[in-house]
Design a protein around this ligand. Structure first.
Ligand code: APR
Length: 279
């Protein structure tokens, strides 16, 4: 069983040039000849050979990605992508930013890369609103990972507390996402007779993924997460009830200021399942 997308994602505070991953992604400009921000940091850490290789690439379109060696960086590769300059949101900026993440991951896979680190593309000099950019980043990467088992780890490297908070907010928003619309119903849950509702096979996957999001957002570790996912998936009737249960767990963690490693007690789980299933 492939590991759920969210279980392969982490969000950290740090410097992308220090990351021990197969490839780091650079927020470059169309010339690919270096610049300030993360572009400058990567070129400084990689050394002059990086610029030499970039010269031969002939530039890069916005939303596209090109790959080079990592030279003096811990990472074997640098994937250079050019994010959109924010011009108010009416010039396809969202799609271009999503394309940066998709094209970078596709390029990583085609080079046998399994672990990738991203900066918050376009949110510095290019002025893309951070909250909007982080939501696009998380959603696009989760979507890509859902059909790509080859990528085993994606790290979002935040260069400041504000970005860290925004990524956590984006994940929190996804935890509370309304019940998934099952692929086979064309997304119209209300059009279906609930008694004949097809429970898609990976309720466990959904619950495990949402529990992982809760761990990331709250910086905790649920020591009984897999068993908890199995218990919930075995009791709830559908994805909607599963989302109600995990949202209740999310609230329980927040209200009780849980931190570090924790095991949710059986009576709490029972109470949450009664709440989610109505019985
Ligand atoms: N590690 C991780 N993230 C970093 C680092 C670092 N060492 N340095 C900067 N960042 C973060 C910034 O805080 C910001 O959140 O990277 C994000 C992207 O900011 P920029 O580097 O300014 O990139 P971008 O907004 O995409 O603008 C690209 O800036 O540097 C030039 O040549 C580049 O013209 C291009 C433009």
């Amino acid at each position: 069983m492939s590991v759920s997308p969210i279980s392969r994602i982490s969000v950290i505070l740090g410097d992308i040039t220090q990351q021990q991953v197969d490839a780091i992604v650079n927020a470059a400009n169309p010339s690919l000849l270096g610049g300030g921000g993360v572009d400058g940091a990567i070129h400084r850490a990689a050394g002059p050979e990086l610029l030499e290789e970039c010269r031969a690439l002939g530039g890069c379109e916005t939303g596209e990605a090109k790959i080079t060696k990592g030279y003096r960086l811990p990472a074997r590769f640098v994937i250079h992508t050019v994010g959109p300059v924010w011009r108010g949101g009416g010039h396809g900026e969202d799609n271009l930013l999503a394309s940066c993440y998709r094209k970078s991951l596709a390029l990583a896979e085609s080079h046998g890369v399994t672990t990738v680190a991203f900066p918050a593309i376009s949110t510095g000099a290019y002025g893309f609103p951070l909250a909007r950019a982080t939501l696009i980043a998380i959603k696009t990467v989760i979507e890509h990972l859902s059909h790509s088992p080859a990528i085993t780890k994606v790290v979002f490297v935040c260069h400041g507390d504000q970005a860290l908070r925004m990524y956590h907010d984006a994940i929190r928003e996804l935890v509370h996402e309304p019940p998934y619309a099952p692929e086979n119903s064309g997304g119209k849950i209300q059009d279906r007779d609930r008694t004949s509702y097809d429970i898609t096979p990976d309720i466990y996957e959904q619950v495990a993924g949402q529990l992982r999001m809760i761990e990331i957002v709250h910086g905790i570790r649920l020591v009984n997460r897999d068993a908890l996912a199995e218990t919930i998936a075995g009791v709830v009737k559908d994805r909607g009830q599963a989302s109600v249960a995990t949202a209740a767990i999310n609230s329980w963690v927040a209200v009780n200021s849980i931190h570090g490693e924790t095991e949710i007690a059986e009576d709490v789980i029972a109470r949450i399942l009664r709440h989610a299933t109505g019985r």
